[in-house]
Design a protein around this ligand. Sequence first.
Ligand SMILES: [Zn+2]
Length: 446
Amino acid sequence: MALDGEHLIQRVEQHFSKLGTIGIQPDGSITRIAWSDEESAAMAYIRAEGEAFGLRGSYDGVGNLLLSTPGQPSERYLVGSHLDSVPHGGNFDGAAGVVAALEAIRMLMQTDGQQRCGASLVAWRGEEYTFNAVYKGSAAAFGLGEPQILHNVYGDQSLRDAIRQQGFDPHFIDEGRPSFQPEFIDSIAGYVEPHIEQGTVLERERRDIGIVTSIAGDRRYLVVLEGRFDHSGATPMGSTYRGDVNLAMAYVQVRLDELAQQRRAQGRLFTQTVGIVNADPEIDKKYPAVHGNSVTKVSGIGYFTFDLMAAEDEFLDTYSAEVLRLIWKTAREFNVKAFIEMTDSSRGLPTLDADLSRDLERAAAAAGASSQSIASGAGHDAVMVGLADKPSGGEIPVGMLFVPCRAGVSHSKEEFASAEHVAKAAEVLAGALIERCIDPAGQAHG
Ligand SMILES: [Zn+2]
């Protein structure tokens, strides 16, 4: 068993060193954009690796990769993650889950006994926020994609053209038609996504594995404040004379933080972040007057982004309304105008499947992996699977496994998860799949 474990770690290392060459940039970061040649090359590598040990590879209508155990089982478990990255991202966000799933299915296939169900690896296209949208491949798989995203542009290419250029069909998204076959969706008995944590909880607590309890959704806003450019010496202070955007923005930020602290003290679980203040080249193009701010002027215009993440959709809506009211009220007080645009919204999953989570926990204990429950503050493809309806009725149970990543860093060339930890996740996932799919009593026939 120890020898096997070593081979597993070596294979995991090999996968990462190969994937780490696909989309590598001069600065050492990885760029594998949705429906790019690099994303397709990563898919082709994983497909070849799976087919080499007997999985059947195929692409769905929009290019999500499926690698299935042979046969036509009436039930199968779907396991995997995505292979795209943000621009100048790392080699582990998404890829770690695909690698763990690939090795888990290999272990499942090597286990003696009668198979009660099958397994399919999925590598989703375009999970990351590019083309102004997330979960693009997983949404399309279940007919949940928004047709208007096909017009969104990355670089100088529309999403529609990017999908076509890789040889796939954007009409599935146009028509809201699932790119997975209906019979295939009906056969999915559960979905498990391994993924790097993108936070520091597991590292701090020295755990090998996190069993995810909920996944956050988001509401993202661009807030533009408009006041008046005036001479800094000649214009008296106070809102009677000034419409000082920088001052208003400072108060808005402090009050938003106070509001968040109040709600958190009441037990609400969420995060909010002002990510950009007057420093985005794309937004600057829309509001060039922001360059008119200077040392000797009262600030006349400014903007900031506001990102809110929580698992409960209803809370995201009610809290967003509070946020917007607070911004408008504060802006009025400082004699400036506030224009607020929602730039993104995605749903979360407040609960993951209890039975799957329990089986993953048990499998972790059996594999000698320390584990703990953990809420996901980031969004994942698992949300789309959890929101999908089966053609024959019913939902797909969803579970997620978190792998520790160094210093919680992601979306950067510094992103790193150890081969040992990814191998552990593969073992845990394999344990849960074997428990559900292999009948050891049927060994004689296996
Ligand atoms: Zn990811």
